[in-house]
Write a protein that binds this ligand. Sequence first.
Ligand SMILES: Nc1nc2c(ncn2[C@@H]2O[C@H](COP(=O)(O)OP(=O)(O)OP(=O)(O)O)[C@@H](O)[C@H]2O)c(=O)[nH]1
Ligand SMILES: [Mg+2]
Length: 288
Amino acid sequence: MLGRIVDALSSRGIVSKRWKRSDVLKVFEDLEVELLSEGMPLKVLDFLKEEVSKSLDGVETKGKPREVVKEHIKRVLLEKMPKPPDITEIRGRPAKLIFFGFNGVGKSLSIVKVAKYLIKRGFLTMVISADTFRAAAGDQLEGYARAAEVPVFKGQRGADPASVAFDGISSAASKGYDYVLIDTAGRNYLDRNLVEELRKIVRVSKPDLKVLVLDGLSGSDMINQCDSFEDAVGIDVLIVTKVDASTELPAIIASFYTGKPVIFLGVGQGIEDLKPFDPKEALDRVLG
Ligand SMILES: Nc1nc2c(ncn2[C@@H]2O[C@H](COP(=O)(O)OP(=O)(O)OP(=O)(O)O)[C@@H](O)[C@H]2O)c(=O)[nH]1
Ligand SMILES: [Mg+2]
């Protein structure tokens, strides 16, 4: 009887509670429906459950159990989400950033947004189109770039993308550019030829920063994309796009899962629709 009263009071946050693993799992039963429906992959959820159970086991807390668990989820997530570096501090002659990712995630638009961001801060910046496979792709990049007044170096259709990247870098270096941003063809990570081609572009261009672009709407496939590109060429930082049509949860998941920082969020189709990512603020917004 007394036990039941204490349980009832502690579940309302009136008296303190010493946590057992089963208590944590009970709160998760409730939360996981929400998290799964917002696109959290099961693999990430299971890992979180385990970590939060461990960190709360035997701990005494006061406050509503759901809020306590949420605070611990935030703490576990934040620990593995590095603070993003300031890309304006990368130096080189020129500094080289390569952008890659799955088909249609928003690489070309993001690259022009980032170029504009750098140009606005006084850096001479050029975009290289190493997507020589589809004529339309180069045209599309050029379209975005022209609208934003960003210079583009474009290879001949069908030319070897690695040599286009090399020529573009040489041209930028001879003209004294501060930054080159290399756009690559969207690739399905199951296509070995395209993965080999990306490896070659990276080998030849020796980037200072390797940027994986992810689509915030791609759901749990996002973590497969992270694994594949990490295996293929290695990832330094992430950009998560289409966040205007989702929450920041996909960016949190991607950063937590890979242990890599998110440098920007894409928040719309305009050139200015680029937002720096703050892990702590994002967690507060998403998890309340
Ligand atoms: N709403 C919204 N749309 C975006 C965002 N970023 C990109 N898009 C749209 O997504 C579509 C694809 O963008 P691209 O930049 O061409 O994508 P990509 O990754 O270069 O595509 P491929 O080169 O074909 O692999 C376009 O219609 C963009 O306008 C974003 O942050 N928000
Ligand atoms: Mg593209």
